[in-house]
Design a protein around this ligand. Structure first.
Ligand code: PBG
Ligand code: ZN
Length: 334
């Protein structure tokens, strides 16, 4: 007997035309406002250093950033995420230069505000690029993380970035209670209503941060981050960390990394639909795609487009991606 699909099992009828296909894929387009671009600012003002682990990405000194960003802003860039890199600044146990007047992020924020008045400026808040041990918080005399000292220090760093002119502070340290401490600090500084807190809420202890730690010179000297970043198998801790940060008053949520954590994105969006959801397509994801494309595994553009689409489908509203300049060009061409 020959099997034929019954009329109601015919699906092709719903997507035989390109416009029909867009209707079948709601909320999966990527527009400039769905993208945030991470940038590394180094403490050598005239430096431009290519990051070998992340082909096509650079560390820029304060004097070199305007020229580098102008064409990307012209292509529609809406928001940036700033990371400081200390090559000359001294690192110590208290991360003194995380927010000193010599810190390159502190120094570049007012300039960015002036050069690009419409650009939304987010700053990563963490101590690892400025501590001598490379961990994300303050260590006690016993060598363990001192959570209370850490969140007080991190809150001060966030407030100082806010005072310098950051629109968004984004703590990536994963200490307990930092969102509440930052919110309280911002309120006391009179900035509570003018600065958003984007929480790296579900941030996993991932192998995918390797190229970034090279880029930011922030690898821990000893040990790993498994005591504060989440265990990759734990959807439960991701849900609890997210709920905690919501209760402490964050404005926006993030899942990080992206592609291996699409289920966490969906879970987070379903539980907290009233919060904008960010995903960080991290350095290792960027490197995998670039190296695969450069070695003929697939073409770059469809590979990037499919991965970004998957994150939008999983519930992400904004994607933090090193491909942002490239994607803006593609959007503009279309
Ligand atoms: C700092 C920080 C890291 C990343 C963002 N902020 C590294 C880490 O936590 O080890 C990773 C970003 C990337 O890999 O692109 N806490
Ligand atoms: Zn850190």
């Amino acid at each position: 007997m020959e099997h034929r699909p019954s009329a109601k099992n015919v699906l092709h009828s719903g997507y035989h035309h390109p416009v029909l296909r867009t209707w079948q894929c709601p909320n999966t387009t990527v527009r400039p406002e769905n993208l945030m671009f991470p940038i590394f600012i180094i403490d050598g003002d005239d430096d431009v250093q290519e990051i070998t682990s992340m082909p096509g990405n650079y560390r820029y000194g304060v004097n070199k950033l305007k020229e580098a960003l102008q064409p990307i802003v012209d292509d529609g860039l809406k928001s940036v995420l700033l990371f400081g890199v200390a090559q000359n600044l001294a690192k110590d146990g208290l991360a003194t230069h995380a927010d000193s007047s010599d810190n390159p992020v502190m120094r570049v924020i007012p300039k960015l505000r002036e050069w690009f008045p419409d650009l939304l400026i987010a700053c990563d808040v963490c101590l690892c690029a400025y501590t001598d041990h490379g961990h994300c918080g303050i260590l006690g005399a016993d060598g363990y993380l001192d959570n209370q000292a850490s969140i007080e220090r991190i809150a001060r760093q966030a407030v100082n970035y806010a005072k310098a002119g950051a629109h968004i502070v984004a703590p990536s340290d994963m200490m307990d209670g930092r969102i509440g401490a930052i919110k309280e600090g911002l309120t006391k500084a009179g900035l509570g209503s003018r600065v958003s807190v984007l929480s790296y809420a579900a941030k996993f202890a991932s192998v995918m941060y390797g190229p970034f730690r090279d880029a930011a010179k922030s690898a821990p000297g000893k040990g790993d981050r498994k005591g504060y970043q989440l265990p990759p198998g734990s959807a439960g801790l991701a849900a609890r960390a997210t709920l905690r940060d919501v209760e402490e008053g964050c404005d926006m949520l993030m899942v990080k990394p992206g592609l291996p954590y699409l289920d966490i994105m969906r879970q987070t969006k379903d539980k907290h639909p009233e919060y904008p959801l960010f995903v960080y397509q991290v350095s290792g994801e960027f490197a995998m795609i670039i190296h695969a494309a450069n070695n003929g595994v697939f073409q770059l553009r469809p590979a990037v487009e499919e991965t970004l689409l998957s994150m939008r489908r999983a519930g992400a509203d904004v994607i933090i991606s090193y491909f942002t300049p490239q994607v803006l060009k593609w959007i503009k061409e279309a």
